[in-house]
Design a protein around this ligand. Structure first.
Ligand code: PLP
Ligand code: ZN
Length: 434
């Protein structure tokens, strides 16, 4: 995708792949498939996350492109979409000072016009939605099936509506209040809610059943390289501001996809050579008491512990978007590998610590942040306290969502109503879906 100047702003008329998908287990290299996403290696071996490898080895910035497409050479996309919003990053003197940190950079996804942050769905899920939509060929017709606990649903609903891409978004009941929109929903985008006490993992299972039907395509979650590289643009924005690869990257994790994405981008930046060594350590927080990945990491296990009370725990925590019962933890190229490779750390954050961290952030930086981002700020405080992060180190804090209260006051978003009710264990209402 070099030479963005000759391209039509909506899609690339003559498309030549600028990337391959590479398997970390067997080393197989694949061209992306027509009409669907290649989400796994066709060889028979342990499951792995295919990684995009780009022809362009240097970080190229396209200031004329919007949203994630500013970094389109490092996205597995077939077209760029206009009118998108991207992440912003700045050197934090105020929060940094309060925490005793000299080089704290905040990467922010959300709504904060004075900072140049215009993401109307208020979380970094909008970045993955942009990249996944950009991965579809211009003549794409099948409906993307997306499972979500709320924020991903809002993001895909928004981006697919804006660009008229067909999609079916599946959410558990408790996700519905998280669904609102500032744009008129497109008729091509439908919202399905699962009746009863379903959680995010049930939504994933339900979406999997639908995606095998004709006319649908599984969006793929963490297995979709576009999702990861879309989220990885947060690190690129931070490195544009800071000038080099940070020593530490701090985020609240649910699936860990955003952190895997940051790790993968740091390796690409290392290959570029102009941004220092790729020695970025991951510092990742989970919302106690829902901490399966912290437990597994402390035990040194590539397998996650069984979660007998998973449903209850998932619905009751401060930041329910972080309650993913099937994250890409042990899969080759997943979060266990990312933490191992970066000698990273994991942290437990309870509600009390999260709420205080949210107040601290609002007081010092001046914007409301998402409950999950509060967990990240508290994670940073813990990491500093524990001595794992030094006062002079270069740190990127990923504030994955913010400005929702601001947006609500300024843009009057409307609640989205489900189009379809799905019942677990029952037959799928095929007529309603298509
Ligand atoms: C999804 C989400 C996260 C967690 O991201 P993962 O990539 O699933 O680990 C953190 N913060 C917000 C606001 C989110 O929506
Ligand atoms: Zn393979």
């Amino acid at each position: 995708m070099t030479g963005g100047g000759e391209c039509d702003p909506i899609f690339l008329v003559t498309w030549k792949a600028h990337y391959r998908l590479v398997c970390p287990v067997c080393g197989g290299r694949f061209d992306d498939t027509e009409g669907r996403f290649l989400l796994g290696c066709p060889e028979q071996h342990a499951p792995a996350l295919l990684r995009a490898v780009y022809d362009e080895k240097r970080l190229v910035i396209h200031p004329e492109s919007t949203g994630v497409f500013r970094y389109a050479d490092w996205l597995p996309v077939r077209r760029t979409l206009p009118g998108c919003a991207g992440p912003v990053a700045w050197h934090s003197t105020r929060l940094g000072h309060r925490l005793g940190l000299e080089s704290l950079f905040i990467a922010f996804s959300g709504w904060w016009p004075e900072k140049g942050a215009f993401m109307e769905t208020c979380t970094f899920k909008e970045l993955e939605a942009q990249a996944v939509c950009g991965r579809t060929a211009p003549d794409w017709t099948s409906a993307l099936v997306v499972a979500s606990a709320g924020n991903t649903a809002r993001a895909f609903h928004h981006v697919c509506s804006l660009h008229g891409l067909p999609a079916l978004v599946v959410v558990p009941g408790y996700g519905v209040p998280l669904l609102w929109s500032t744009t008129p929903p497109s008729r091509r985008v439908r919202l399905a809610v699962i009746e009863g006490a379903a959680d995010y993992t049930d939504a994933i299972d339900m979406a999997g059943r639908i995606a095998v039907l004709g006319g649908y395509t599984a969006e793929g979650g963490a297995k979709n390289a576009a999702r990861r590289d879309g989220m990885g643009t947060v690190l690129l924005a931070a490195v544009e501001a800071a000038g080099r690869i940070p020593d530490h990257y701090v985020q609240a994790v649910g699936s860990g996809t955003g952190a895997i994405a940051a790790w993968e981008m740091s390796l690409r930046l290392g290959e570029d050579g102009r941004y220092g060594e790729p020695r970025m350590r991951l510092h990742l927080g989970q919302n106690a008491p829902f901490t399966p990945m912290v437990d597994a990491w402390e035990a040194g296990h590539r397998d996650l512990p069984a979660l007998p009370r998973g449903h209850e725990l998932a619905a009751g925590i401060h930041a329910p978007v972080l309650a993913n019962r099937k994250p890409p933890w042990g899969i080759v190229g997943g979060l266990f590998d990312a933490l191992s490779d970066t000698r990273g750390s994991m942290y437990r954050v309870d509600e009390h610590a999260a709420v205080s961290a949210g107040h601290l952030f609002a007081d010092e930086e001046g914007i409301d942040i998402d409950p999950a981002a509060e967990i990240a700020v508290a994670t940073l405080a813990q990491a500093v306290e524990s001595g794992r992060i030094g006062r002079k180190d270069l740190i990127v804090l990923n504030v994955t969502g913010g400005g929702q209260r601001r947006l609500q006051a300024e843009k009057a978003p409307v609640a989205l109503k489900p189009d379809i009710v799905l019942v677990q264990g029952a037959d799928l209402p095929r007529e309603a879906l298509v």
